[in-house]
Design a protein around this ligand. Structure first.
Ligand code: GSH
Length: 201
């Protein structure tokens, strides 16, 4: 076994675990806790940022969840990975997009909805964050018009990376049923058996 995925399941590490499960490869899961274990000297050798996830693939270390998944998809991915330079660009585009346009307001909405991570529990603040998210959700809904998946007519790393961030939608109290293309695609992604296996880790 050469691949190690670091990070407790209830965290962004779930993205990398989902990818590893989709790939069906042998890997070791080290459930490093972000609050304390990720700050210990041994783990800082793996990710000097003191954050999870990170991977070690036969001595090659990568951190940042989207970079990890793009690397794994290209190395082991078959149909999950990009087939050519244009698909590679699309997978990169959607991965950067979800991190820059979606992740922050969605996470803030989740924190204000639940009061997690010391945030003020406030329905008003959560609603404002969700409002901020709407233009991005519209973009995604339009991109999925007439399509089952974001690129190539098949489930790929682009879908996995975007859906793995949107996985917080229900905990954040977001309603997406008016976005018909998006909600159908999201259900397809959330029903993947590999995701269920990752969540059970
Ligand atoms: N952009 C990074 C963010 C990683 C991140 O912030 N992970 C959280 C857990 S979900 C963490 O390790 N937090 C520890 C801290 O902030 O000290 C990624 O996507 O991998």
């Amino acid at each position: 076994m050469t691949l190690t995925v670091y990070g407790q399941t209830q965290s962004r590490a779930q993205r990398a675990l989902w990818m590893a499960e989709e790939l069906g490869i042998d890997y070791q899961h080290v459930p490093t806790r972000f609050a304390d274990e990720a700050k210990l000297p041994d783990y800082l050798q793996v990710n000097p940022n003191g954050r999870i996830p990170a991977i070690d693939d036969d001595g090659f270390r990568v951190w940042e969840s989207m970079a990890i998944n793009l690397y794994l998809a290209k190395k082991y991915g078959g149909d999950l990975g990009p087939r050519d330079l244009q698909e590679d660009a699309m997978a990169t585009q959607w991965s950067f997009w979800v991190m820059t346009e979606v992740e922050k307001p969605l996470l803030q909405a989740l924190f204000h909805t639940t009061g997690m991570m010391g945030a003020e529990k406030s329905a008003e603040k959560a609603a404002a964050c969700l409002e901020e998210l709407q233009p991005a959700l519209r973009v995604l809904d339009s991109a999925l018009a007439g399509k089952d998946y974001l690129m190539g007519g098949r489930f790929t790393v682009a879908d996995l990376n975007v859906a793995s961030v949107l996985a917080w939608l229900s905990m954040a109290g977001a309603e997406i049923s008016d976005y018909h293309n998006l909600s159908a695609w999201f259900a397809r992604c959330m029903n993947r058996e590999a995701l269920a296996r990752a969540r059970a880790k």
